[in-house]
Design a binder for this molecule. Structure first.
Ligand SMILES: C[S@@+](CC[C@H](N)C(=O)[O-])C[C@H]1O[C@@H](n2cnc3c(N)ncnc32)[C@H](O)[C@@H]1O
Length: 547
């Protein structure tokens, strides 16, 4: 993925160079305004939270340009997860540069007019990301309009008015490419939400897709430096919406951290002619009577996106969930003498310590290269620095006979005075440890902000049976949440990804800052951190919160 970042820098340079070689009028005609790299990453991140974890990806960008989305995809997904990637670009000017840039990847990029490509016989795409050309209808000739209208009717049965721009036809035409259940994220001018010619598109979104999210950027903050367009991100799954389905409408801020959001039910969408006037004024969910109707109607097989959270968890109670709503947070364990109680495999074999009293424990975060800790068949973390915690509850007098090697090791500890240390002295027996079962989610307890203003804290997803020392905070699902995660372990991953998007500001205001920009976070402070509002469109929390 590092290579992908390097290639992205080259792509950005190439795009600037190619843009400069054209006049603004020429670029306007074909809607040649590239997606800002950060927004492309946000869009891919949104897609990532909605796709099942291991889902192999068949990607399409029908208006490829130099490949802002493809590049973001490669930065966010391992290459082996991307089974196919297809792009279309009408203009050689951008297309040739892109073909050269991506020649060492498996991308199939065709220089062609996407609207004239026959639909595939078998719909294969399950991730479509597109910033379509925004060519308004008066840039289209009468012949072009007729051809587009016919193609759209023929492929999708949708009749678009002559006032619809090229981007509207793009959206409809891709329907035939999308696999059932596939996910599409579009960066669109937000006009279609309000104008008459947008109605067939809104009907399509309401009736033939499961519309998941519409985020409108603040119209005063244009997304493209060189195009005055107010934009929206539109995210849907190709599937008939489940009963009681609601859509997350968000506004302002960024896609990842919107300023406002609201769940809107389809009935409200049907009766609201202008979707930009839905009144996304605060983070409130819908009125209670709608909630209860949904509760009654939900069906265990309804999912937002395959593999994601089942709808039978009903609707969100409040739009700014705190971590402590879902998790009990505890400091990792303090042994009182790490050098004595935390051992390497070599030390264990040297002292012949019995496996029954050893549990894997995570090393300091600086030894962890990754934030997702996988496990081997025995539940040991697959990390370079393997460590084990010595923990025994048996009384000391039982040990010489039953576990002579352990007893001998403890005697060595006593000779060093370990048993008289404060924490050991207050435990009985002195070598027993606090109860800290493995936690599925962990957060580092202290950290520094980087120059890129990233969060000073790391959030880890732990699949192993390793416990953790007190340089971590351990997040244990609250009882009802635990039963939900047991049934649907994939929730944890989605949550973890959502955690990673918690604004650094949330942590920084909660945690305490020490000299040299060092931040520390106590369990209660972490518990107060709010999850980004967008996750309300992914999860339904009432049943978890009501316990
Ligand atoms: C808004 S740009 C998006 C480029 C790139 N995907 C991105 O997000 O930065 C739209 C691209 O679609 C291309 N385009 C315009 N009409 C097209 C068509 N009929 N078929 C394929 N590509 C087209 C333009 O040349 C332009 O590169």
């Amino acid at each position: 993925m590092q290579i992908a970042t390097a290639t992205e820098n080259t792509r950005i340079g190439l795009n600037i160079q190619l843009d400069r070689a054209k006049t603004l009028r020429e670029r306007n005609r074909l809607g040649q305004f590239a997606t800002p790299p950060k927004l492309a990453l946000d869009i891919v991140d949104l897609g990532k939270t909605l796709l099942p974890e291991e889902r192999k990806i068949h990607f399409l960008d029908p208006a490829f340009g130099t490949g802002a989305f493809y590049s973001a995809l490669l930065q966010r997904f391992p290459q082996e997860q991307i089974l196919s990637a297809t792009g279309y670009e009408i203009d050689h000017h951008y297309g040739n540069g892109a073909i050269q840039l991506w020649c060492e990847t498996d991308l199939k990029l065709e220089i062609a007019d996407f609207t004239q490509i026959p639909s595939p016989t078998k719909a294969q795409v399950n991730l479509l990301l597109c910033n379509p050309p925004y060519a308004r209808h008066h840039h289209l000739s009468r012949e072009q309009k007729q051809r587009l209208q016919q193609a759209t009717i023929q492929h999708t049965g949708i009749k678009l008015s002559g006032l619809a721009g090229l981007h509207c036809h793009f959206l409809c035409l891709t329907d035939a490419w999308m696999q059932e259940g596939g996910l599409a994220v579009w960066l669109m001018p937000s006009g279609f939400m309000d104008v008459n010619y947008g109605q067939p598109i809104k009907d399509y979104l309401i009736n033939r897709t499961t519309l998941l999210r519409i985020h409108r950027f603040d119209p005063t903050e244009v997304q493209f430096e060189d195009a005055l367009v107010s934009s929206a991100v539109l995210c849907f799954k190709k599937a008939i919406p489940p009963t009681g389905h609601t859509v997350c409408f968000s506004e302002g801020g960024s896609l990842t951290f919107p300023l406002r959001s609201r769940q809107v039910c389809l009935a409200e969408l049907r009766t609201t002619p202008k979707w930009t006037q839905l009144g996304v004024t605060s983070n409130h969910s819908q009125p209670p009577e709608k909630k209860s109707r949904q509760k009654a109607a939900v069906n265990a097989q309804d999912t937002l996106v395959d593999g994601l959270i089942p709808e039978n968890l009903t609707q969100p109670k409040n739009c700014s969930l705190k971590l402590s709503d879902l998790f009990t947070i505890k400091r990792g364990l303090a042994t009182g003498a790490n050098h004595f109680f935390i051992l390497t495999p070599e030390q264990i074999s040297q002292h012949q310590l019995p496996a029954a009293f050893l549990q894997p424990i995570l090393p300091s975060p600086r030894y962890l290269q990754v934030n997702e800790i996988t496990a081997d068949a025995e539940g040991n973390p697959q990390i370079e620095r393997q460590l084990y915690l010595l923990n025994c509850t048996l009384p000391e007098e039982d040990l010489p006979e039953q576990y002579p090697h352990l007893w001998h090791y403890l005697q060595q500890g006593k000779a060093q005075g370990i048993h008289t240390r404060y924490l050991c002295r207050h435990r009985s027996p002195w070598y027993t440890q606090e109860k800290r079962p493995p936690a599925p989610l962990l957060c580092t307890y202290m950290g520094r902000t980087s120059r890129h203003r990233e969060s000073p804290f790391r959030l880890l997803l732990n699949h192993s049976r390793a416990t953790a020392p007190n340089v971590y905070l351990m997040l244990y699902p609250k009882p009802h949440m635990a039963s939900v995660t047991q049934e649907h372990p994939e929730i944890l991953k989605t949550l973890w990804q959502a955690f990673a998007r918690i604004s650094p500001q949330e942590f920084i205001t909660e945690g305490r800052v020490y000299g040299g920009g060092l931040y520390k976070l106590e369990p209660k402070e972490l518990g107060n951190a709010r999850l980004p509002a967008f996750i309300n469109s992914l999860f339904s929390w009432d049943s978890v919160l009501s316990h």
